[in-house]
Design a protein around this ligand. Structure first.
Ligand code: FNR
Ligand code: 8K6
Length: 347
């Protein structure tokens, strides 16, 4: 039934996954006051080490990237040490783990970093306020200057190097879900008139600069990228976005990275400007390893892999509800259904 999920998968000559089930990145807001991962977090990830690959919860590259409480960082020595405890625990249980590198851009809130600028592609605010902290309304960001962009690229690369120092097997660049990198890739949030705006090539420039800097620092084989060609979160759709991703994805393919990962909550969602689902669009335009995600079960995910819709299956919410998700699927046991109340603790 789901047997194809249990075949090993070689991402490249450096990394082979024991199976095709990936734990999707899942923000849990449980790091300590200095954004250091805790022993409870190490235990939580270690319990899930049977996944072919764990992608960590989104982890901020520097203080002004923070948009939610207690999201971990990878910019201080203490944070690197805290993550080392996590990666050691996952490795001790035979698993592999990538760090997801995050800057929320205009979804950041100065409440979390003692004031200062909120940076984005353009000075266009996202509507609304921080989840569960409704008094914190999103602010109009400052359009990043060229100097800001250069520093951001450096800070992404430094965070990737820190991830390797912390014992991660690689990193996934969070270029999805309406956060900073994605803000450059969509017309809704990018109205720049310089070399980072207006044309597909220009709008892809920041994403590719971050990718190239990270690849130069830690290697293409240890680098993955998550992208949301379909705007669905913190972002309005614009049909002109298609051309941006049509340009970007072949450029990413040339870099021969470990994988591209779809960023979507429900892959049944169809986008008219992508001629259908995010996964079908990515499969058409991107030639490398593709990770599918979005409201799949092991069964529907295995069918999608068998039908060559993508290569690896990422599972999010069911992994929150079932620390032993992989064992349950392997043994054909029922899984516990996810509900939002489960976000309150790390089981
Ligand atoms: C997420 N998701 C997410 N995505 C991401 O790229 N980085 C993150 O840190 C998070 N955090 C996060 C927290 C919570 C509570 C949820 C429910 C989701 C999205 C996640 O990785 C995945 O794409 C979706 O959950 C869809 O997959 P499932 O849950 O349908 O298997
Ligand atoms: C104590 C505050 C907790 C805040 C948690 C926020 C976690 C957000 C991580 C991103 C996941 C967002 C899920 C949104 C679903 C959108 C579907 C269209």
């Amino acid at each position: 039934m789901s047997a194809n999920l249990f075949q090993p998968y070689a991402l490249n000559n450096t990394l082979t996954l024991a199976n095709k089930i990936i734990m999707a990145p899942l923000t849990r807001c449980m790091a300590d006051a200095n954004l250091v991962p805790t022993q409870q977090m190490a235990d939580y990830y270690a319990r899930r080490a049977e996944a072919g690959l764990i992608i960590s919860e989104a982890t901020i590259i520097r203080p002004d990237g923070q948009g939610y409480p207690n999201t971990p960082g990878l910019f201080s020595a203490e944070q690197i040490q805290g993550w080392k405890v996590v990666t050691d625990a996952v490795h001790a249980n035979g698993g592999k783990i990538f760090a997801q590198l995050w800057h929320t851009g205009r979804v950041a809130h100065p409440h979390f970093f003692d004031g200062g600028d909120v940076l984005s592609a353009s000075a266009i605010a996202v509507e609304g306020s921080v989840p569960r902290m409704r008094e914190l309304t999103y602010q109009t960001p400052k359009a990043a200057t060229k100097a800001d962009i250069e520093l951001l690229v450096k800070d992404y690369a430094q965070a990737a190097a820190n991830a390797i120092d912390a014992g991660f097997d690689g990193v996934e660049i969070h270029g999805a879900n309406g956060y900073l990198i994605d803000q450059f890739l969509h017309h809704d949030s990018n109205r720049r008139e310089d070399e980072y705006g207006q044309t597909p090539e220009n709008m892809s420039r920041f994403a590719l600069a971050v990718l190239d800097a990270i690849v130069a620092r830690i290697g293409a084989e240890r680098t993955g990228l998550r992208l949301s060609p379909g705007a669905y979160f913190n972002m309005a759709a614009d049909k002109r976005d298609r051309a941006v991703f049509d340009y970007l994805l072949p450029e990413v393919a040339k870099r021969d990275i470990a994988f591209v990962h779809a960023g979507i909550f429900d892959d049944a969602m169809e986008f008219d400007y992508l001629d259908g689902r995010v996964s079908s669009y990515l499969r058409q335009v991107y030639t490398g390893t593709l990770v599918g995600v979005g409201s799949y079960t092991a069964q529907t995910g295995a069918e999608a892999i068998a039908a060559n819709k993508f290569d690896l299956l990422a599972i999010g919410r069911p992994f929150i509800a079932n620390p032993d998700y992989v064992a349950k699927v392997r043994q054909g046991e029922a899984v516990v259904d996810y509900n939002d109340a489960m976000l309150a603790e790390l089981i």
